[in-house]
Design a protein around this ligand. Structure first.
Ligand code: ATP
Ligand code: MG
Length: 181
């Protein structure tokens, strides 16, 4: 089982300062008043895993994920989130016990991804997590309102979720890539 060891965020939504959150190999509950940033943590995870839709990160454009200032604090020029994952199980296809995945976005729109500190492409991040149960569309992240959304979804969209959970999505994706060459 792959599990999330920690998150480091800077400049992402309400995380104006560098924020480090450790997770244990068990259940972690994050509690706090309304608007204190609980959902921003799951947004940060989805964002690193390659989320491209500003709307599913509850914004209108991607720049909205960058801390946009407050009375006491200037806005940040970029947002950065790093996930540290435990890969002792080797479920993710990189031969390392610990894997870090990082995404950075500048106000001019430039976006960067890193896997174990090496610059990489969005596609490599998505491929790494495809069918691992951890991808941005995976069943492992259930946001507020998601249960209703799944129940009301079109059958094709619901099937997508089931296929990701069953682990057949990567074969479908490879078939599509092969037949389009
Ligand atoms: P609830 O209990 O209502 O679900 P929550 O703890 O999940 O609340 P979030 O939705 O994570 O709260 O946090 C919302 C807060 O994040 C708001 O105060 C909002 O102003 C702040 N926020 C979101 N984007 C930015 C940004 N780009 N810059 C600064 N603050 C931001
Ligand atoms: Mg919330």
């Amino acid at each position: 089982m792959v599990y999330l060891k920690s998150i480091d965020a800077y400049g992402f939504k309400s995380f104006a300062e560098h924020t480090h959150v450790d997770f244990d190999n068990g259940v972690t509950a994050i509690v706090g008043p309304n608007g204190s940033g609980k959902s921003n943590i799951t947004d940060a995870i989805k964002w690193v895993l390659g989320e491209q839709s500003a709307k599913s990160l509850r914004g209108s454009k991607m720049e909205d994920v960058i801390f946009n200032g407050s009375k006491e604090r200037k806005k940040c020029q970029y947002a950065e989130v790093k996930l540290t994952l435990d890969n002792h199980s080797r479920k993710l296809n990189i031969d390392e016990d610990t894997i870090t995945v990082e995404r950075r976005l500048y106000r001019n729109g430039d976006s960067e991804y890193y896997l174990n500190k090496e610059r990489t492409r969005l596609k490599s991040v998505i491929d790494l997590f495809l069918d691992s149960g951890l991808g941005k569309e995976a069943f492992s992240i259930i946001s507020q309102g998601k249960v209703d959304e799944v129940l009301n979804a079109k059958p094709t969209d619901r099937r997508y979720l089931i296929e990701e959970a069953a682990g057949v999505l990567k074969y479908k994706k490879r078939k599509k890539e092969a037949t389009h060459k």
